[in-house]
Write a protein that binds this ligand. Sequence first.
Ligand code: KG4
Ligand code: ZN
Length: 361
Amino acid sequence: MLCIGIETSCDETGLALVRDGRLVHAVMSSQADIHALFGGVVPEIASREHYRLIGPLYDLLLREAGVGPAELDAVAVARGPGLLGSLLVGMAFAKGLALGFDIPLVGVNHLHAHLLAAGLERELVFPALGLLVSGGHTHIYRIESPVSFRLLGRTLDDAAGEAYDKVAKMLRLPYPGGRILDQQGRRGIADPRLFPRPYTDNDNLDFSFSGLKTAVQTHLSRHPELVPSPDAAQTVAGGHDAPEGLRNMCASFNEAVAETLCIKLGRALDGDDGVGVRALIVAGGVAANSYVREHTARLAVSRGLELIVPSPPLCTDNGSMIAYAGWLLRQGGLSHSLDLEAVPRGRAIPDDYRQGPAGCS
Ligand code: KG4
Ligand code: ZN
């Protein structure tokens, strides 16, 4: 069964083909450079870019894969959460394919797709505890199967990736700055007392990273010499070493984020929701972070769990994870009708699948 996946929820236009659970081919265009000029994603520009790119990327995908459109058996599309205008571009294109080729349409929860992405590289194990850490979300789930997710905790304000990007902005580093802070931190020494492990002094599984962001801001206002000049910031963004003080601060910040995530994961494993859990799945853009990978690996070993983390290119937004999640849903016979709705960030995604027929209607 050949499933095409379409991802346009934020600033990456990604399309991919998955056949029988294996990736056939993927194409992608990132708008990061355009949005970097504005210090964050500009929704109107994002949807226009998706609209400009999606047709040519579809042609490229099929051409490079040597696949004809008549071979497609299903079309999967990220239906949310995301930027509404951006989602609508992918959804409209997907509905066009479903209608044009009379194949089933499957709306995919972008967050679930992140957590399932590692299934393209190795076998997934359930029940699992899932940590989704991206630019817009920090969620903990208990996952019983590819189609059964229960949300246990979430961020009350900034997502982990947002905290990275905001700290990077304070340091005049380009958006999205998470990868640069990770890289610089590796070259420094962390002071475990410099920054708090925010919102851990409670017994719930929610997160709040805005306090950590403020702690960095306060630290920088006391040490303005840590903020690089615009020229120096460019050099750092290019991969050159930042001054030692800044490298150390980056290391401390990375440690604070990774430890905070693991404190809550440990708490989830200790509670009723941890019963029977066999694996820890970590996904989303921030799962590419080396500190997050190390800390969660240690946690998994100490609890006798399998750690399942996608390779870095599968951590950030991509079409492959949508094609794969759609393929899994189709394996369960699930699909959507053509009135499938896009769901913007902040709204729950309804469980409105139907046991799908072979066509689109
Ligand atoms: O999952 P994703 O590609 O897009 C969303 O759905 O949000 O995640 C993007 C986020 C950005 O905030 C980016 O700074 C962060 O992932 N990120 C990282 C790293 N690589 C990407 N954060 C920390 N360390 C990294 N190595
Ligand atoms: Zn994402």
